[in-house]
Ligand binder design. Structure first.
Ligand SMILES: [Zn+2]
Length: 275
């Protein structure tokens, strides 16, 4: 059994605000890296007990150099560093039996610890009209390979966001959001136990979890924070900028096109000057 772990940072146990996740300025960043590695290890240990034979861990936050390689479980392989064509999902293909999204967070504009969608330029992102955050987008990408997402970990609100798209998903809730930068956190011991318990639960009912699928043709739509960003994103060939809604639309031909075009649109949008 081959498993893919995409590990973000905002939803990791004990992490509540940017001081834990910003590699340049975060006074708690060093601790955040330890917590992130410990969460990944809890899932890996439980997955190995359930018969996993190969585990790839994709560090999926910021520059993607956060997990402490020297402390990661010796049976797992670590994908670190950036840029990557497929960002948080680099390395996934149809050979995997399941994907786990660890340390994930809610989408831009809704409550939840450190909520956002990919970057500050995105107000809303849609696939075929369905609003998606990072969870939904990455789950849709996995779905195009036929790979189900069987576990999400993070706060109570990302658990809800995930269940709305994949009702059968297992959820390891390691904190309860109080505000966007505050949460009531389980202890290290309890969070580890919950991650292990939910990993085992997820893998015991893997056959019941369907990949997230959308009908073809796919439509990716991104609503940007301001018009200058939308104008920059609309430089991607094949996109259509709807000026009345501020949405840039695109019809990707496959999963490669979906992920790379999303990244290209957002990266271009970053070049727009606001003031
Ligand atoms: Zn992140």
């Amino acid at each position: 059994m081959k498993l893919f772990l995409s590990v973000d940072m905002e939803g990791i146990s004990g992490i509540v605000d940017p001081t834990y996740i910003n590699p340049d300025t975060g006074m708690n960043y060093g601790r955040g890296r330890v917590f992130m590695t410990e969460d990944a290890n809890a899932v890996i240990e439980a997955a190995l007990e359930m018969g996993a034979t190969e585990i790839v861990v994709a560090d999926s936050h910021n520059t993607m150099n956060n997990i402490l390689w020297e402390s990661l479980h010796p049976k797992a392989k670590l994908l670190a560093g950036s840029p990557r064509d497929y960002s948080m999902m680099q390395g996934l293909d149809e050979s995997f039996d399941a994907a786990f999204f660890i340390g994930y967070h809610t989408r831009q504009g809704v409550p939840g610890v450190l909520s956002h969608t990919m970057s500050g330029v995105v107000r809303n992102m849609y696939i075929n009209g369905q609003v998606v955050g990072e969870f939904g987008f990455n789950a849709a990408y996995a779905g195009l390979y036929g790979v189900p997402v069987c576990l999400v970990s993070g706060d109570n609100l990302i658990a809800e966001e995930a269940r709305a798209l994949i009702p059968e998903i297992s959820t390891a809730i390691v904190k309860t959001a109080v505000s966007r930068t505050s949460a009531i956190c389980l202890s290290r011991e309890q969070a580890t136990a919950e991650l292990k318990h939910q990993t085992k639960h997820a893998l015991s009912r893997l056959a019941d979890i369907k990949p997230l699928t959308f009908s073809q043709p796919l439509e990716l739509a991104i609503e940007f924070s301001h018009a200058g960003q939308a104008e920059m994103a609309a430089n991607v060939p094949g996109t259509r900028y709807e000026t009345e809604t501020g949405i840039v639309r695109y019809n990707p031909v496959d999963q490669h096109d979906l992920y790379k075009t999303m990244r290209a649109m957002i990266n271009l949008a970053h070049n727009a000057v606001f003031f």
